[in-house]
Design a protein around this ligand. Structure first.
Ligand code: SAM
Length: 295
């Protein structure tokens, strides 16, 4: 029987924990991922949900989700009509934001087993798969996600926003480079927002210890971190792949954008940062690394 991907469940639970334990204003509001995951009563007692020690992790999860959703909002306002979510996991944009999602074609790409599980959960909860959502089952490492995307109705001659959060670290460098080359070939005006892990050597001592603990938990869970990149390396990869522009958005910038004025001092864990890369040229394109404030 199909099962969810454990890493995707964890990020969904962290998003829900933000609403449960952090005072408003909330950076991101998603309780639907928790409903999908259906972890049972004791989920907040899990070691990885300890409100004290997991604070910076849940902040990182809501920051990256918010950053992507701000970007999608901004790009949709510019007329971009396709949104591809690579390694979607328990992403709930299509269900939470019908106002926006119904104006887009949303493609969720994920491993076949976990995606079959998600489809079944959506049916079980009475949410179903709305018209604007296409579920594209594929393993990036062994099959061509691009062919499957096209078969699912993706229009290669129209621009798209592509999000890949919490995925690149589970793929080989070769698979990441191949993915970048594919997306660089998307229609002009397309934007990729992809998170990547920094090598431990670029972190300070406290963050490095945290990173090592996370990496060994990931390995023990059977989902080891395989790739990390310095910002210079990931920018070079994006340019080599053929993107017109590539910018790096650091953890410090995400903190500044989403957590600066908080009275509770919540800040994101360091170590996961964004590459934002754009294809071709279109008039009026906004600076991709700095999406406008969301509503
Ligand atoms: C940490 S979760 C991130 C989920 C979601 N993007 C988020 O930010 O909450 C990683 C996701 O990548 C997917 N993934 C990992 N390796 C993959 C592969 N080889 N092919 C397709 N999907 C993969 C997993 O199934 C999972 O949904």
């Amino acid at each position: 029987m199909a099962a969810p991907d454990s890493t995707a469940v964890r990020t969904a639970l962290w998003r829900a924990l933000h609403l449960a334990v952090d005072p408003p204003p909330h950076v991101f509001a998603d309780e639907l991922g928790l409903r999908l995951a259906g972890p049972g009563e004791g989920w907040r007692d899990r070691d990885d949900m300890d409100p004290a020690t997991a604070g910076r992790y849940r902040a990182g999860m809501v920051a990256r989700a918010r950053f992507v959703e701000d970007l999608v909002t901004e790009q949709a306002a510019r007329g971009v009509g396709q949104y591809v979510i690579l390694g979607a996991g328990l992403d709930t944009f299509a269900q939470r934001r019908p106002d926006l999602a119904s104006r887009l074609r949303v493609f969720e790409v994920d491993q076949p087993g976990p995606q079959a599980w998600k489809r079944a959960r959506l049916e079980e909860l009475g949410l179903g798969v709305p018209d604007w959502l296409r579920l594209v089952p594929v393993d990036f490492e062994t099959a061509s996600w691009w062919d499957r995307l096209a078969a699912a109705g993706f229009a290669p001659d129209e621009p798209a926003v592509v999000a890949s959060t919490g995925v690149s670290m589970y793929l080989t460098k070769e698979a990441n480079a191949a993915t970048l080359r594919r997306i660089a070939g998307f229609a002009p005006g397309s934007t990729l927002a992809m998170t990547f892990l920094l090598p431990a050597g670029l972190l300070d001592d406290a963050e490095r210890d945290r990173h090592r603990a996370t990496a060994s938990r990931a390995k023990a869970a059977g989902t080891p971190f395989v790739s990390s990149f310095s910002p210079a390396e990931v920018l070079a990869m994006a340019r080599d792949a053929g993107f017109r522009d590539a910018v790096h958005v650091s953890g410090a910038e995400l903190d500044e954008r989403y957590f600066a004025d908080r009275a509770d001092g919540l800040r994101i864990v360091r170590g996961e940062e964004f590459l934002v890369a754009t294809t071709g040229a279109t008039a009026g394109a906004a600076d991709p690394g700095r999406p406008a404030a969301s509503p």
